[in-house]
Design a protein around this ligand. Structure first.
Ligand SMILES: NC(=O)c1ccc[n+]([C@@H]2O[C@H](COP(=O)([O-])OP(=O)(O)OC[C@H]3O[C@@H](n4cnc5c(N)ncnc54)[C@H](O)[C@@H]3O)[C@@H](O)[C@H]2O)c1
Ligand SMILES: [Zn+2]
Length: 368
């Protein structure tokens, strides 16, 4: 078992990573059920494949359970589902000292985390992430949100979980395309500031994608250690350190917007293409060696991820894509902070990027 602390003063918590942990949840999570009861919130897909193991383990430890199963998919991160979930949790008599278990991907984690942030002005929750994206990114760091008519994740709160329990074996039932999408966020940590880890990804990425237990566990632990370090340095994204986690996300967000934030392009796929674009743009500006940009694209493509506008299905004029960026919630004072790189493992926050030039670059990319 690997334990990684997230050090945030009174809001500190541990992330434990262990293959087979779900079947041990009774012993691992008992202390988070002070009243001997858990409400578990999950989605319909996860309820079929992973919920039974969790239920059996908690019941075996003498813990009472109330499962709540929501529809799967991004549309569950809505006002309507939030309202229904809050009402049900209140009906179940949830108290501040309770911990609701969020069993699922980033959708369930974000929704449950937000509900717990506002219920009784803040009750506890435990993340049990079951997608690679959630296991390496969204379950840690305390960002919670829903989507509204105005856009994605525009209503939310910072609310840290009490604990994060990660069982890499839950990925056995995750569709391959979702695994690859989550893998983009793994590669991201190497590209941000850990070129040795990017090298590890080049050597072990295929094994990880094929379901190798050791490779999965190592990648998750390395990713979470990086995320924990970055979040501890800048919990609320005020100093610019946490912004590094958005590498590839400004381009990616534009691609997701262009493709309708749905099945056509998964978040991680948008991020993969976004990172490839960020590196190529950095190379075009003379900041980063062209070989590094090529290495990034080659590796992501080998994982089956899109690295060109055409592959991402977002072959729109540069001006249109930059238009989507202007709706990014990171816009501040008419400027969009942009993450660029001086090389693999050398990402930095550029505040003076010329968006007209970015549009020109994207038009050049359309011809690739
Ligand atoms: N809070 C953060 O810091 C943060 C960071 C990144 C992304 N996010 C959010 O995360 C969400 C995306 O998360 P996601 O990619 O995990 O999507 P998701 O939660 O929709 O899960 C993807 C799909 O996989 C299914 N699934 C989940 N686990 C499974 C399993 N073990 N076996 C079989 N099927 C399984 C789900 O039902 C769903 O259909 C987005 O809403 C995004 O905004 C949040
Ligand atoms: Zn992301």
């Amino acid at each position: 078992m690997t334990t990684i602390p997230v050090s945030l003063g009174r809001r500190s918590y541990d992330v434990t990573i262990e293959a087979g942990a779900l079947a041990e949840a009774g012993t691992r999570l008992k202390r988070y059920a002070p009243r001997g009861r858990f409400v578990i919130v999950t989605d319909a897909n996860v309820a079929m494949v992973q919920l039974p193991t969790l239920l059996a383990s908690l019941q075996g430890a003498g813990i009472a359970i109330e499962p709540i199963v929501l529809p799967a998919g991004e549309s569950t991160k809505s006002w309507a589902e939030l309202a229904m979930l809050c009402d049900r949790l209140l009906d179940l008599g949830i108290e501040r000292s309770d911990n609701v278990i969020a069993l699922g991907g980033g959708v369930i984690g974000d929704l449950v985390g937000f509900a717990c942030a506002i219920l009784k002005r803040g009750c506890g929750f435990v993340q049990v992430p079951t997608t690679l994206l959630a296991q390496v990114d969204s379950s840690v760091g305390g960002k919670t949100a829903i989507n509204t008519a105005a856009g994605k994740n525009l209503v939310g709160a910072f609310h840290q979980p009490s604990h994060v329990l990660i069982d890499p074996d839950t990925l056995d039932t995750l569709p391959r395309r979702e695994v690859a999408a989550g893998y983009a966020e793994v590669v991201k940590y190497g590209l941000i500031d850990d070129s040795a880890f990017f090298g590890w990804c080049e050597a072990n990425g295929q094994a990880l994608l094929a379901g190798d237990r050791e490779a999965r566990t190592h990648a998750i632990a390395t990713s979470i250690a990086a995320k924990a370090r970055i979040v501890a340095a800048d919990e609320r994204e005020t100093t610019g350190v946490r912004a590094l986690l958005n590498l590839g996300h400004t381009f990616g967000h534009a691609l997701e917007a262009e493709t309708g934030f749905g099945e056509r392009l998964l978040h991680g796929e948008g991020v993969a293409c976004g990172m490839a674009l960020a590196f190529r743009y950095s190379a075009r500006l003379g900041l980063c060696p062209a070989e590094d940009a090529e290495r990034v694209s080659r590796h992501l493509a080998a994982a089956g991820l899109p690295v060109t506008l055409a592959e991402a299905g977002a072959d729109a004029p540069g001006e249109t894509l930059v238009g989507h960026m202007l709706h990014d919630k990171k816009m501040a004072g008419g400027k969009l902070p942009f993450l660029l790189a001086r090389g693999i493992g050398q990402t930095f926050l550029a505040r003076d990027v010329d968006l007209a030039d970015v549009a020109k670059f994207l038009d050049e990319e359309r011809r690739l």
